[in-house]
Ligand binder design. Structure first.
Ligand code: MLT
Ligand code: MN
Ligand code: ZN
Length: 303
């Protein structure tokens, strides 16, 4: 199975367009150790010809342009694309705004949980996706469904919250079942699989048992410490308030996934405040020492 990390940053990207923090400034200045990152989207394929896209980041047009495998085939007529399906894990802007860049008549299946499909339905701008080409499908939980030749996806709910722009005064901000999901992508003829969990508030027993023994996990790497956005003067919110668990600490993802026998662990959806983005910094060394990789745009993984 071929996996391409088209984008690896959290919402806002790296640098974020209005952020003058030292790390975003370092990317703009081209300082060693600082590489720009677009917002998280992943592509996977069994045959290198048909691809499924996991989340449609606002940077999708640029991500396709940077990925030769996703280019149209000049031998197949004037308009074609190797994209055959898109699966969404949540309704955040950074997970779905790129759908608007897929409005040019590509035929694909769009799989999402009911709350996210409701959001697409409620926002008429997404009607630009002609239903004659784009088939919206309510994904089912607990049963794999086909997304591309030789590839299935199984969806599972994970602890999280509703999208920022949907938060209400209701308990838990009006979060519904299926607002945040993870995906298991399996190559049917080899059984090779990876898990994609770009947003996660907590590793509960169900999630730990699903991830146990995995070949590859691409996991929420939004923040290094829960209060880093407050400490850096960027925001008043903790990671927990945003529905993301930090990497570090006793309640962090590094500790939660440490003893599950996972072969490869890669952080994706990394926020511009996260100091692991400094490739020469102590936090990067700490996560690598703990057996994790920090994803970068253009990263290629073959399972
Ligand atoms: C998140 O991952 O918490 C969201 O992308 C935040 C946002 O919508 O800006
Ligand atoms: Mn996000
Ligand atoms: Zn910044």
């Amino acid at each position: 199975m071929l996996i391409r990390i088209l984008g690896s940053a959290a919402g806002g990207g790296f640098p974020q367009l209005n952020c003058a923090c030292p790390m975003c400034a370092s990317v703009r200045a081209g300082r060693p150790g600082f590489s720009g990152r677009t917002q998280t989207s992943i592509a996977a394929s069994a045959d290198g010809k048909s691809w499924v896209l996991l989340n449609a980041s606002p940077d999708l047009r640029e991500q396709f342009a940077a990925t030769p495998a996703l280019a149209p085939d000049v031998g197949k007529g004037l308009r074609n694309s190797p994209l055959v399906s898109v699966v969404l894990t949540n309704g955040d802007v950074d997970a779905l705004a790129g759908l608007l860049s897929l409005r040019e008549g590509i035929a694909f299946d769009l799989h999402a949980a009911p709350p996210v499909l409701d959001t697409l339905k409620a926002n008429s701008v997404f009607n630009v996706l002609n239903p004659a080409f784009v088939r919206r499908r309510a994904l089912s939980f607990g049963a794999p469904f086909s997304v591309a030749p030789g590839l299935t996806v199984e969806a599972f709910t994970v602890p999280g919250k509703t999208a920022l722009y949907l938060e209400s005064d209701a308990p838990d901000f009006g979060t519904r079942e299926g607002d945040t999901i993870g995906l298991t992508i399996t190559e049917t003829n080899t059984g090779k699989a990876f898990h994609f969990v770009p947003s996660c508030a907590k590793v509960d027993a169900a999630l730990a048992s699903r991830l146990r023994g995995a070949q590859l996990v691409l996991f929420d790497g939004t923040l290094y410490t829960d209060d880093e956005m407050i400490a850096q003067g960027l925001s008043q919110k903790t990671g927990r308030r945003m529905g993301h668990m930090p990497m570090s600490g006793a309640a962090g993802s590094i500790a939660a996934l440490a003893d599950l026998g996972i072969i490869s662990k890669v952080f994706v959806h990394i926020n511009n405040s996260n100091t692991v983005l400094d490739a020469n910094g102590p936090e990067r060394r700490a996560v690598e020492k703990a057996g994790w990789q920090v994803a970068h745009d253009g990263m290629e993984i073959t399972l």
